[in-house]
Ligand binder design. Structure first.
Ligand SMILES: NC(=O)C1=CN([C@@H]2O[C@H](COP(=O)(O)OP(=O)(O)OC[C@H]3O[C@@H](n4cnc5c(N)ncnc54)[C@H](O)[C@@H]3O)[C@@H](O)[C@H]2O)C=CC1
Ligand SMILES: O=C(O)C(=O)Cc1ccc(O)cc1
Length: 307
């Protein structure tokens, strides 16, 4: 058991909170887990599956807690913090799991009382499922968990949180919030937007092709549909709160797309081949760095790609 953080409160009981609870329980890391969710149905499921106690208000949930995890959509982090703030125990650690960091810090920080430690965080692990039944204990194993500590952060509190996250299998790294938001716009947020768009295009086409785009969908498109099935509230909030970084990356994306479009129109095969060779090398870099668990072994065993 973690001596440092025995009582945990989870605010919002969806995919990430339930996965944390399962992982903490599976490893016997905490003494008790209290959960808060708005709906009675969610609270009942949480009590049955992974919480020791559930409460009808967020304020009630945090009273005794050593660690409070804000696991709600990014757009409501501020209001929920305002609600719990007067009830936080001195010395408690508040962290969040939001996919955007700058906006969360701006919304949450002003409400954090003196003597309480706020350590923003983001697990780079998830699925397209949501709600209290979607969590599982191994979600964070060997996945990055980025912390974006604020200036003057208490190193002892940071070390306690880091140790707990590492104990549930995460690889913890620290990063400045603005940088986090730009990096995530590239590797997660904009790709999600592209997936949403592509599935939207296919949906329009469905009427013309009489369902064939769905029936014959290849694995690339299936991946898009999986991503595009993610929670709409969560992703609406991500795009609205990481607006600047996403618009920056989207601008660069459309420039490249127009360039490729022109090369296709003009039949510029050499340029297209050179471009695809560069992107193939990036994929190989990810696999060699051990960051892609979906890559089959034969990919590496086969050695160099065909020239
Ligand atoms: N789903 C994913 O793959 C990942 C999500 N995240 C972040 O984790 C956070 C939670 O996401 P999930 O667990 O996936 O979502 P989820 O949809 O499974 O759960 C969110 C929970 O928050 C509750 N909630 C929503 N609005 C609320 C409000 N106004 N007051 C109180 N509770 C409210 C919902 O009822 C639900 O219980 C989000 O900030 C998201 O950006 C981070 C990494 C991965
Ligand atoms: O399911 C997927 O492909 C994901 O990309 C999961 C995910 C979604 C949002 C995050 O902030 C982090 C990870």
């Amino acid at each position: 058991m973690s001596e440092a953080l025995p009582r945990v409160a989870l605010i919002g009981l969806g995919l990430i909170a339930s996965s944390m609870a399962h992982a903490l329980r599976a490893k016997g890391l905490v003494r008790d887990i209290t959960g808060y969710a708005r709906s009675a149905e969610t609270r009942a499921v949480a009590l049955e599956l992974f919480c020791d106690r559930v409460t009808e208000s967020a304020a009630e949930a945090v009273k005794e807690a050593d660690l409070i995890v804000l696991a709600v959509p990014v757009g409501v982090m501020g209001e929920i913090t305002a609600e719990i703030a007067p009830h936080l125990k001195p010395g408690a650690i508040v962290t969040d799991v939001g996919s955007v960091k700058g906006a969360v810090i701006e919304a949450v920080s002003p409400h954090i009382p003196q003597g309480v430690h706020f350590i923003p965080g983001h697990p780079l692990a998830g699925t397209e499922y949501s709600g209290p039944r979607s969590g599982f204990a191994t979600l964070f194993e060997n996945r990055w968990w980025l912390l974006t500590p604020l200036e003057g952060q208490d190193p002892a509190a940071l070390a306690r949180l880091r140790a707990l996250l590492e104990a549930i299998g995460a690889n913890v790294d620290e990063m400045e919030a603005k940088r986090h938001d730009l990096v995530l716009a590239v590797v997660s947020h904009t790709p999600h937007l592209i997936a949403y768009t592509m599935v939207g295009v296919a949906d329009h086409l469905r009427r013309v092709t009489h369902e064939e785009v769905i029936k014959y969908s290849a694995s690339g498109f299936r991946d898009f549909t999986r991503i595009a099935a993610s929670d709409p509230t969560m992703w609406r909030d991500v795009f609205l709160t990481n607006k600047d970084a996403v618009l920056d990356i989207l601008g660069r994306f459309t420039e490249e797309l127009f360039m490729l479009q022109r090369q296709i129109r003009m039949g510029e095969g050499e340029q297209l081949h050179a471009y695809f060779s560069r992107t193939r090398a990036i994929r190989r870099g990810i696999i060699d760095a051990g960051q892609d668990t979906s890559a089959p072994d034969f990919g590496r065993a086969a050695g160099q790609p065909k020239a």
